[in-house]
Design a protein around this ligand. Structure first.
Ligand SMILES: Nc1ncnc2c1ncn2[C@@H]1O[C@H](COP(=O)(O)OP(=O)(O)OP(=O)(O)O)[C@@H](O)[C@H]1O
Length: 452
Protein backbone atom coordinates (compact mmCIF):
# COMPACT_ATOMS: atom_id res chain seq x y z
CA UNK A 1 0.00 0.00 0.00
CA UNK A 2 1.58 3.31 -1.09
CA UNK A 3 -0.20 5.72 1.18
CA UNK A 4 -2.09 4.76 4.29
CA UNK A 5 -5.75 4.92 3.29
CA UNK A 6 -8.13 6.37 5.85
CA UNK A 7 -11.16 4.29 6.69
CA UNK A 8 -14.15 5.41 8.72
CA UNK A 9 -16.03 2.75 10.67
CA UNK A 10 -19.78 3.33 11.04
CA UNK A 11 -21.01 0.68 13.46
CA UNK A 12 -23.11 0.95 16.60
CA UNK A 13 -21.91 -2.22 18.34
CA UNK A 14 -18.76 -1.19 20.09
CA UNK A 15 -17.17 -4.65 20.18
CA UNK A 16 -17.55 -5.18 16.43
CA UNK A 17 -16.35 -1.63 15.72
CA UNK A 18 -13.27 -2.07 17.86
CA UNK A 19 -12.52 -5.39 16.26
CA UNK A 20 -12.71 -3.78 12.83
CA UNK A 21 -10.39 -1.00 13.96
CA UNK A 22 -7.76 -3.48 15.17
CA UNK A 23 -7.92 -5.56 11.98
CA UNK A 24 -7.58 -2.50 9.78
CA UNK A 25 -4.72 -1.00 11.73
CA UNK A 26 -2.86 -4.30 11.74
CA UNK A 27 -3.24 -4.46 7.96
CA UNK A 28 -1.69 -0.99 7.57
CA UNK A 29 -4.79 1.19 7.16
CA UNK A 30 -5.42 4.35 9.13
CA UNK A 31 -8.82 4.61 10.81
CA UNK A 32 -10.67 7.94 10.82
CA UNK A 33 -12.61 6.96 13.93
CA UNK A 34 -15.77 5.10 14.85
CA UNK A 35 -19.27 6.53 14.47
CA UNK A 36 -22.35 4.88 15.93
CA UNK A 37 -24.94 7.08 14.17
CA UNK A 38 -25.34 8.80 10.80
CA UNK A 39 -25.00 12.22 12.44
CA UNK A 40 -21.74 11.28 14.09
CA UNK A 41 -20.47 9.78 10.84
CA UNK A 42 -21.22 12.97 8.97
CA UNK A 43 -19.20 15.02 11.42
CA UNK A 44 -16.24 12.67 11.11
CA UNK A 45 -16.51 12.66 7.31
CA UNK A 46 -16.34 16.45 7.22
CA UNK A 47 -13.45 16.58 9.68
CA UNK A 48 -11.37 13.59 8.64
CA UNK A 49 -12.21 13.17 4.96
CA UNK A 50 -11.90 9.36 4.89
CA UNK A 51 -11.00 7.50 1.67
CA UNK A 52 -13.39 4.64 2.45
CA UNK A 53 -16.34 4.00 4.75
CA UNK A 54 -17.33 0.67 6.29
CA UNK A 55 -21.02 0.85 6.93
CA UNK A 56 -23.42 -1.02 9.16
CA UNK A 57 -27.11 -0.68 8.23
CA UNK A 58 -28.98 -0.39 11.51
CA UNK A 59 -27.42 2.38 13.57
CA UNK A 60 -28.26 4.51 16.57
CA UNK A 61 -30.88 7.15 15.77
CA UNK A 62 -33.52 7.35 13.05
CA UNK A 63 -31.30 7.23 10.01
CA UNK A 64 -29.76 4.06 8.62
CA UNK A 65 -26.52 3.21 6.86
CA UNK A 66 -28.49 3.30 3.59
CA UNK A 67 -29.33 6.97 4.15
CA UNK A 68 -25.68 7.68 4.77
CA UNK A 69 -24.73 5.71 1.65
CA UNK A 70 -26.80 8.09 -0.50
CA UNK A 71 -24.92 10.97 1.03
CA UNK A 72 -21.57 9.25 0.44
CA UNK A 73 -22.50 8.66 -3.18
CA UNK A 74 -23.00 12.40 -3.61
CA UNK A 75 -19.67 13.10 -1.99
CA UNK A 76 -17.98 10.44 -4.13
CA UNK A 77 -16.69 8.52 -1.13
CA UNK A 78 -16.64 4.75 -1.79
CA UNK A 79 -18.15 2.45 0.83
CA UNK A 80 -18.76 -1.15 1.81
CA UNK A 81 -21.56 -2.53 3.93
CA UNK A 82 -20.92 -4.81 6.85
CA UNK A 83 -24.18 -6.10 8.24
CA UNK A 84 -26.00 -9.15 9.50
CA UNK A 85 -29.15 -7.91 7.81
CA UNK A 86 -29.67 -9.73 4.50
CA UNK A 87 -33.39 -9.38 4.22
CA UNK A 88 -34.43 -9.08 0.52
CA UNK A 89 -36.12 -5.69 0.75
CA UNK A 90 -33.04 -4.28 2.47
CA UNK A 91 -30.77 -5.81 -0.15
CA UNK A 92 -32.82 -4.10 -2.87
CA UNK A 93 -32.24 -0.73 -1.18
CA UNK A 94 -28.60 -1.57 -0.68
CA UNK A 95 -28.18 -2.35 -4.37
CA UNK A 96 -29.64 1.01 -5.34
CA UNK A 97 -26.78 2.71 -3.49
CA UNK A 98 -24.20 0.82 -5.60
CA UNK A 99 -21.78 -0.19 -2.87
CA UNK A 100 -18.36 -1.68 -3.53
CA UNK A 101 -19.24 -4.75 -1.50
CA UNK A 102 -21.31 -6.28 1.26
CA UNK A 103 -19.82 -8.40 4.01
CA UNK A 104 -22.19 -10.53 6.06
CA UNK A 105 -21.60 -10.59 9.80
CA UNK A 106 -20.08 -12.53 11.47
CA UNK A 107 -16.98 -12.45 9.28
CA UNK A 108 -13.38 -13.53 9.49
CA UNK A 109 -10.45 -11.12 9.39
CA UNK A 110 -9.38 -12.48 6.00
CA UNK A 111 -12.89 -11.98 4.49
CA UNK A 112 -12.76 -8.30 5.36
CA UNK A 113 -9.25 -7.71 4.03
CA UNK A 114 -9.84 -9.55 0.75
CA UNK A 115 -13.12 -7.71 0.16
CA UNK A 116 -11.44 -4.39 0.86
CA UNK A 117 -8.55 -5.14 -1.44
CA UNK A 118 -10.80 -6.10 -4.35
CA UNK A 119 -13.01 -3.07 -3.74
CA UNK A 120 -9.99 -0.73 -3.75
CA UNK A 121 -8.77 -2.26 -6.99
CA UNK A 122 -12.19 -1.89 -8.61
CA UNK A 123 -12.48 1.67 -7.42
CA UNK A 124 -9.15 2.72 -8.97
CA UNK A 125 -9.99 1.23 -12.36
CA UNK A 126 -13.56 2.49 -12.34
CA UNK A 127 -13.13 6.02 -11.14
CA UNK A 128 -11.33 7.20 -14.30
CA UNK A 129 -13.89 6.28 -16.97
CA UNK A 130 -16.78 7.26 -14.68
CA UNK A 131 -15.35 10.71 -14.13
CA UNK A 132 -14.65 11.27 -17.79
CA UNK A 133 -18.01 10.07 -19.09
CA UNK A 134 -19.74 12.21 -16.50
CA UNK A 135 -17.73 15.26 -17.38
CA UNK A 136 -18.54 14.71 -21.05
CA UNK A 137 -22.24 14.76 -20.16
CA UNK A 138 -21.86 17.77 -17.96
CA UNK A 139 -19.51 20.00 -19.84
CA UNK A 140 -20.51 19.37 -23.43
CA UNK A 141 -24.25 19.44 -23.15
CA UNK A 142 -25.23 20.20 -19.56
CA UNK A 143 -27.16 16.97 -19.63
CA UNK A 144 -27.16 15.15 -16.33
CA UNK A 145 -27.99 11.50 -15.80
CA UNK A 146 -26.29 8.13 -15.81
CA UNK A 147 -29.21 5.78 -15.11
CA UNK A 148 -29.57 2.92 -17.61
CA UNK A 149 -32.96 4.09 -18.92
CA UNK A 150 -31.68 7.61 -19.51
CA UNK A 151 -28.40 6.40 -21.05
CA UNK A 152 -30.49 4.33 -23.40
CA UNK A 153 -32.29 7.47 -24.61
CA UNK A 154 -28.97 9.36 -24.90
CA UNK A 155 -27.55 6.56 -26.99
CA UNK A 156 -30.42 7.06 -29.45
CA UNK A 157 -29.68 10.79 -29.47
CA UNK A 158 -26.06 10.09 -30.37
CA UNK A 159 -27.09 7.81 -33.21
CA UNK A 160 -29.75 10.03 -34.79
CA UNK A 161 -28.31 13.52 -34.15
CA UNK A 162 -25.82 13.74 -37.06
CA UNK A 163 -28.40 12.53 -39.62
CA UNK A 164 -31.27 14.43 -41.23
CA UNK A 165 -33.89 12.02 -39.91
CA UNK A 166 -37.06 13.37 -38.25
CA UNK A 167 -37.12 12.75 -34.52
CA UNK A 168 -40.11 12.39 -32.23
CA UNK A 169 -39.37 12.96 -28.55
CA UNK A 170 -41.90 11.47 -26.16
CA UNK A 171 -42.10 11.92 -22.42
CA UNK A 172 -44.06 13.45 -19.59
CA UNK A 173 -43.96 17.16 -18.98
CA UNK A 174 -40.60 18.35 -17.62
CA UNK A 175 -38.60 15.25 -18.58
CA UNK A 176 -36.24 17.30 -20.76
CA UNK A 177 -37.74 16.98 -24.24
CA UNK A 178 -36.80 20.48 -25.35
CA UNK A 179 -33.35 20.10 -23.87
CA UNK A 180 -32.79 16.88 -25.77
CA UNK A 181 -34.08 18.48 -28.98
CA UNK A 182 -31.36 21.12 -28.56
CA UNK A 183 -28.74 18.40 -28.17
CA UNK A 184 -29.93 16.69 -31.35
CA UNK A 185 -29.66 19.99 -33.20
CA UNK A 186 -26.29 20.93 -31.72
CA UNK A 187 -24.84 17.59 -32.71
CA UNK A 188 -25.97 17.94 -36.33
CA UNK A 189 -24.42 19.62 -39.35
CA UNK A 190 -27.15 22.27 -39.04
CA UNK A 191 -25.88 23.59 -35.71
CA UNK A 192 -24.33 26.77 -37.11
CA UNK A 193 -27.89 28.13 -37.42
CA UNK A 194 -30.22 28.40 -34.42
CA UNK A 195 -32.93 25.80 -33.91
CA UNK A 196 -36.36 27.39 -34.39
CA UNK A 197 -38.90 26.41 -31.74
CA UNK A 198 -42.64 26.65 -31.92
CA UNK A 199 -44.98 25.64 -29.15
CA UNK A 200 -47.97 24.24 -31.00
CA UNK A 201 -50.08 24.19 -27.85
CA UNK A 202 -49.57 27.79 -26.81
CA UNK A 203 -51.10 29.57 -29.80
CA UNK A 204 -54.71 30.20 -30.77
CA UNK A 205 -55.70 28.28 -33.93
CA UNK A 206 -55.97 31.51 -35.91
CA UNK A 207 -52.31 32.29 -35.31
CA UNK A 208 -50.63 28.90 -35.63
CA UNK A 209 -50.82 28.79 -39.37
CA UNK A 210 -49.29 32.19 -39.87
CA UNK A 211 -46.65 31.38 -37.22
CA UNK A 212 -45.66 28.25 -39.08
CA UNK A 213 -45.93 29.37 -42.69
CA UNK A 214 -45.99 33.18 -42.59
CA UNK A 215 -48.36 35.51 -44.40
CA UNK A 216 -48.38 38.24 -47.01
CA UNK A 217 -49.29 41.81 -46.18
CA UNK A 218 -53.05 42.30 -46.22
CA UNK A 219 -53.85 38.60 -46.44
CA UNK A 220 -56.28 38.90 -43.52
CA UNK A 221 -57.47 41.63 -41.19
CA UNK A 222 -54.57 42.58 -38.97
CA UNK A 223 -51.91 41.32 -41.40
CA UNK A 224 -50.42 44.77 -41.79
CA UNK A 225 -46.98 43.50 -42.76
CA UNK A 226 -45.54 40.48 -44.49
CA UNK A 227 -44.50 37.91 -41.98
CA UNK A 228 -41.89 35.18 -42.42
CA UNK A 229 -43.07 31.92 -40.86
CA UNK A 230 -41.03 29.62 -38.64
CA UNK A 231 -40.54 27.04 -41.40
CA UNK A 232 -38.93 29.62 -43.64
CA UNK A 233 -36.81 30.90 -40.74
CA UNK A 234 -35.67 27.35 -40.06
CA UNK A 235 -34.44 26.88 -43.62
CA UNK A 236 -31.17 24.88 -43.52
CA UNK A 237 -31.68 24.45 -39.81
CA UNK A 238 -33.99 22.52 -37.48
CA UNK A 239 -37.57 23.25 -36.45
CA UNK A 240 -38.73 22.02 -33.05
CA UNK A 241 -42.48 21.43 -32.94
CA UNK A 242 -43.16 21.30 -29.21
CA UNK A 243 -46.51 19.88 -28.01
CA UNK A 244 -47.21 18.65 -31.54
CA UNK A 245 -50.10 16.56 -30.17
CA UNK A 246 -52.04 19.79 -29.58
CA UNK A 247 -52.12 20.81 -33.25
CA UNK A 248 -55.68 21.29 -34.52
CA UNK A 249 -56.70 19.03 -37.46
CA UNK A 250 -56.72 21.86 -40.06
CA UNK A 251 -53.10 22.63 -39.30
CA UNK A 252 -52.13 18.96 -39.19
CA UNK A 253 -53.05 18.65 -42.89
CA UNK A 254 -50.91 21.62 -43.81
CA UNK A 255 -48.01 20.38 -41.77
CA UNK A 256 -48.24 17.01 -43.47
CA UNK A 257 -48.07 18.72 -46.85
CA UNK A 258 -44.93 20.60 -45.88
CA UNK A 259 -43.29 17.41 -44.69
CA UNK A 260 -44.19 15.62 -47.90
CA UNK A 261 -43.47 18.37 -50.40
CA UNK A 262 -40.74 20.20 -48.52
CA UNK A 263 -42.25 23.48 -49.60
CA UNK A 264 -44.52 26.09 -48.06
CA UNK A 265 -46.89 28.80 -49.16
CA UNK A 266 -47.32 31.92 -47.10
CA UNK A 267 -50.95 32.68 -46.26
CA UNK A 268 -52.31 34.96 -48.95
CA UNK A 269 -49.33 34.29 -51.20
CA UNK A 270 -49.28 32.33 -54.40
CA UNK A 271 -45.62 31.37 -54.62
CA UNK A 272 -44.34 28.11 -53.23
CA UNK A 273 -41.10 28.37 -51.34
CA UNK A 274 -38.71 25.42 -51.08
CA UNK A 275 -37.52 24.75 -47.56
CA UNK A 276 -34.82 22.43 -46.28
CA UNK A 277 -35.78 21.84 -42.67
CA UNK A 278 -35.10 19.05 -40.24
CA UNK A 279 -38.07 18.20 -38.03
CA UNK A 280 -37.95 17.43 -34.35
CA UNK A 281 -41.35 17.07 -32.70
CA UNK A 282 -42.23 16.45 -29.08
CA UNK A 283 -45.33 15.62 -27.13
CA UNK A 284 -46.37 14.47 -23.69
CA UNK A 285 -49.54 12.94 -25.14
CA UNK A 286 -49.87 9.33 -26.13
CA UNK A 287 -49.98 9.91 -29.90
CA UNK A 288 -51.15 6.40 -30.69
CA UNK A 289 -54.16 6.99 -28.48
CA UNK A 290 -54.74 10.39 -30.12
CA UNK A 291 -54.72 8.64 -33.52
CA UNK A 292 -57.04 5.87 -32.30
CA UNK A 293 -59.49 8.46 -30.98
CA UNK A 294 -59.40 10.45 -34.20
CA UNK A 295 -57.66 13.55 -32.90
CA UNK A 296 -54.36 13.05 -34.67
CA UNK A 297 -53.90 12.12 -38.34
CA UNK A 298 -52.42 8.70 -38.90
CA UNK A 299 -50.42 9.82 -41.96
CA UNK A 300 -48.87 12.68 -40.00
CA UNK A 301 -48.10 10.33 -37.12
CA UNK A 302 -46.18 8.06 -39.50
CA UNK A 303 -44.24 11.03 -40.89
CA UNK A 304 -43.21 12.21 -37.44
CA UNK A 305 -42.65 8.86 -35.80
CA UNK A 306 -39.61 7.94 -37.86
CA UNK A 307 -37.20 7.82 -34.96
CA UNK A 308 -38.94 8.00 -31.56
CA UNK A 309 -36.95 8.71 -28.41
CA UNK A 310 -38.79 8.26 -25.12
CA UNK A 311 -37.49 10.11 -22.08
CA UNK A 312 -38.14 8.29 -18.80
CA UNK A 313 -40.00 10.07 -15.99
CA UNK A 314 -37.80 10.99 -13.04
CA UNK A 315 -39.51 8.45 -10.76
CA UNK A 316 -38.21 5.73 -13.09
CA UNK A 317 -34.63 6.99 -12.99
CA UNK A 318 -34.30 7.65 -9.28
CA UNK A 319 -30.53 7.05 -9.34
CA UNK A 320 -30.24 10.37 -11.18
CA UNK A 321 -32.10 12.40 -8.55
CA UNK A 322 -29.02 13.09 -6.36
CA UNK A 323 -26.90 13.97 -9.41
CA UNK A 324 -29.51 16.37 -10.74
CA UNK A 325 -30.14 17.84 -7.28
CA UNK A 326 -26.45 18.52 -6.85
CA UNK A 327 -26.21 20.01 -10.32
CA UNK A 328 -29.08 22.41 -9.61
CA UNK A 329 -27.70 23.16 -6.15
CA UNK A 330 -24.42 24.26 -7.72
CA UNK A 331 -26.22 26.20 -10.42
CA UNK A 332 -28.44 28.15 -8.03
CA UNK A 333 -25.87 28.71 -5.32
CA UNK A 334 -23.59 30.20 -7.98
CA UNK A 335 -26.49 32.30 -9.28
CA UNK A 336 -27.49 33.65 -5.88
CA UNK A 337 -23.92 33.90 -4.54
CA UNK A 338 -24.89 31.75 -1.53
CA UNK A 339 -22.36 29.21 -0.38
CA UNK A 340 -24.40 26.07 -0.06
CA UNK A 341 -22.61 22.86 -0.80
CA UNK A 342 -24.47 19.98 0.82
CA UNK A 343 -27.93 18.52 1.13
CA UNK A 344 -28.79 17.00 4.52
CA UNK A 345 -29.56 13.25 4.62
CA UNK A 346 -33.16 14.10 5.62
CA UNK A 347 -33.54 16.29 2.54
CA UNK A 348 -31.92 13.60 0.36
CA UNK A 349 -34.48 11.23 1.82
CA UNK A 350 -37.29 13.59 0.84
CA UNK A 351 -35.90 13.86 -2.69
CA UNK A 352 -35.62 10.10 -2.99
CA UNK A 353 -39.12 9.37 -1.72
CA UNK A 354 -41.06 11.95 -3.68
CA UNK A 355 -42.95 10.93 -6.84
CA UNK A 356 -41.90 13.93 -9.03
CA UNK A 357 -45.04 14.43 -11.13
CA UNK A 358 -43.35 17.51 -12.69
CA UNK A 359 -40.11 15.63 -13.34
CA UNK A 360 -36.80 17.49 -13.83
CA UNK A 361 -38.46 20.87 -14.09
CA UNK A 362 -40.10 20.37 -10.70
CA UNK A 363 -36.79 19.29 -9.18
CA UNK A 364 -35.09 22.31 -10.69
CA UNK A 365 -37.67 24.70 -9.22
CA UNK A 366 -37.61 23.03 -5.82
CA UNK A 367 -33.83 23.21 -5.66
CA UNK A 368 -33.98 26.88 -6.60
CA UNK A 369 -36.49 27.50 -3.81
CA UNK A 370 -34.47 25.43 -1.33
CA UNK A 371 -31.34 27.47 -2.10
CA UNK A 372 -33.24 30.71 -1.59
CA UNK A 373 -34.69 29.49 1.72
CA UNK A 374 -31.47 27.99 3.11
CA UNK A 375 -29.87 29.90 5.95
CA UNK A 376 -26.68 27.88 6.48
CA UNK A 377 -24.29 26.07 4.18
CA UNK A 378 -26.58 23.04 3.90
CA UNK A 379 -30.06 22.44 2.49
CA UNK A 380 -31.97 21.07 5.47
CA UNK A 381 -35.40 20.59 3.96
CA UNK A 382 -37.00 20.51 0.53
CA UNK A 383 -40.28 22.48 0.42
CA UNK A 384 -42.24 19.70 -1.29
CA UNK A 385 -45.85 20.57 -2.15
CA UNK A 386 -48.09 18.94 0.44
CA UNK A 387 -51.11 18.61 -1.84
CA UNK A 388 -49.37 16.50 -4.46
CA UNK A 389 -49.60 13.60 -2.03
CA UNK A 390 -53.35 13.71 -2.52
CA UNK A 391 -54.68 12.02 -5.64
CA UNK A 392 -56.46 14.66 -7.73
CA UNK A 393 -59.97 13.35 -7.10
CA UNK A 394 -59.35 13.80 -3.39
CA UNK A 395 -58.39 17.46 -3.67
CA UNK A 396 -60.21 19.19 -0.83
CA UNK A 397 -63.61 20.49 -1.82
CA UNK A 398 -64.50 21.55 1.72
CA UNK A 399 -62.22 22.67 4.51
CA UNK A 400 -61.09 19.46 6.18
CA UNK A 401 -60.58 19.09 9.89
CA UNK A 402 -57.04 18.52 11.11
CA UNK A 403 -57.91 14.88 11.87
CA UNK A 404 -59.24 14.37 8.36
CA UNK A 405 -56.12 15.93 6.90
CA UNK A 406 -53.92 13.76 9.04
CA UNK A 407 -55.90 10.66 8.16
CA UNK A 408 -55.67 11.37 4.40
CA UNK A 409 -51.99 12.10 4.67
CA UNK A 410 -51.26 8.85 6.50
CA UNK A 411 -53.43 6.86 4.08
CA UNK A 412 -51.54 8.31 1.17
CA UNK A 413 -48.19 7.55 2.76
CA UNK A 414 -49.36 3.98 3.30
CA UNK A 415 -50.53 3.75 -0.29
CA UNK A 416 -47.11 4.91 -1.54
CA UNK A 417 -45.41 2.37 0.74
CA UNK A 418 -47.67 -0.50 -0.33
CA UNK A 419 -49.18 -0.70 3.14
CA UNK A 420 -45.84 -1.09 4.92
CA UNK A 421 -45.84 0.75 8.25
CA UNK A 422 -42.36 0.46 9.70
CA UNK A 423 -38.86 -0.40 8.51
CA UNK A 424 -37.05 0.77 5.40
CA UNK A 425 -39.40 2.31 2.85
CA UNK A 426 -42.26 2.11 5.34
CA UNK A 427 -44.78 4.89 6.01
CA UNK A 428 -43.15 5.76 9.37
CA UNK A 429 -39.89 6.41 7.55
CA UNK A 430 -41.31 8.69 4.88
CA UNK A 431 -43.46 10.54 7.41
CA UNK A 432 -40.40 10.89 9.61
CA UNK A 433 -42.28 9.48 12.63
CA UNK A 434 -41.28 6.81 15.15
CA UNK A 435 -43.29 3.66 14.24
CA UNK A 436 -44.97 3.61 17.68
CA UNK A 437 -46.25 7.17 17.17
CA UNK A 438 -47.58 6.29 13.74
CA UNK A 439 -49.32 3.19 15.12
CA UNK A 440 -51.05 5.17 17.83
CA UNK A 441 -52.14 7.85 15.35
CA UNK A 442 -53.51 5.15 13.04
CA UNK A 443 -55.44 3.64 15.90
CA UNK A 444 -56.83 7.01 16.94
CA UNK A 445 -57.87 7.87 13.38
CA UNK A 446 -59.37 4.43 12.75
CA UNK A 447 -56.88 3.31 10.09
CA UNK A 448 -56.49 -0.44 10.12
CA UNK A 449 -53.09 -2.03 9.78
CA UNK A 450 -52.63 -3.96 6.57
CA UNK A 451 -54.35 -1.17 4.67
CA UNK A 452 -53.22 -1.08 1.04
N1 LIG B 1 -30.72 15.78 -18.29
C1 LIG B 1 -30.83 17.01 -17.82
N2 LIG B 1 -29.84 17.55 -17.11
C2 LIG B 1 -29.98 18.80 -16.61
N3 LIG B 1 -31.04 19.56 -16.76
C3 LIG B 1 -32.06 19.09 -17.48
C4 LIG B 1 -32.01 17.79 -18.05
N4 LIG B 1 -33.17 17.57 -18.71
C5 LIG B 1 -33.91 18.67 -18.53
N5 LIG B 1 -33.25 19.59 -17.82
C6 LIG B 1 -33.81 20.90 -17.39
O1 LIG B 1 -35.12 20.66 -16.88
C7 LIG B 1 -36.03 21.68 -17.29
C8 LIG B 1 -37.19 21.07 -18.05
O2 LIG B 1 -36.74 20.52 -19.28
P1 LIG B 1 -37.49 20.74 -20.68
O3 LIG B 1 -38.11 22.09 -20.75
O4 LIG B 1 -36.56 20.34 -21.75
O5 LIG B 1 -38.65 19.63 -20.47
P2 LIG B 1 -39.86 19.27 -21.45
O6 LIG B 1 -40.00 17.80 -21.39
O7 LIG B 1 -39.64 19.90 -22.79
O8 LIG B 1 -41.07 19.91 -20.71
P3 LIG B 1 -42.58 20.25 -21.31
O9 LIG B 1 -43.16 18.98 -21.81
O10 LIG B 1 -43.29 20.74 -20.11
O11 LIG B 1 -42.37 21.28 -22.36
C9 LIG B 1 -35.21 22.64 -18.13
O12 LIG B 1 -34.79 23.74 -17.33
C10 LIG B 1 -34.01 21.84 -18.57
O13 LIG B 1 -32.90 22.65 -18.78
Amino acid sequence: MKKKEKILIVEDEFIVANDLRLILQKAGYETSGIASSVEQAQKLIDQKKPDWVLLDIILKGQLTGIDLARDLKQKNIPFLYISANTNQSILEKVKETKPYGFLVKPFRERDLLVMLEIARYRYTIEIEPTASSLSENLSIEGIIGTSPSFMNSLEKVRIVAPTDTSVLILGESGTGKERIAQVVHQRSARSSKPMITINCGALPISLIESELFGHEKGSFTGAVNRRIGKFELANQSTIFLDEVGELPPEVQVKLLRVLQEKEIERIGGDATIKVDVRIIAATNRNLEKEVAEGRFRLDLYYRLNVFPITLPPLRERREDIPLLAEYFLEKFSAKTGKRIDTISPQAVNQLNNYSWPGNIRELEHLMERSVLLATGSQIEEIPLPAVSFLPSQEQPTHIKTMDEMERDHILNALKICGGKVFGLGGAAEILNLPPATLYSKMKKLGIKQGYK
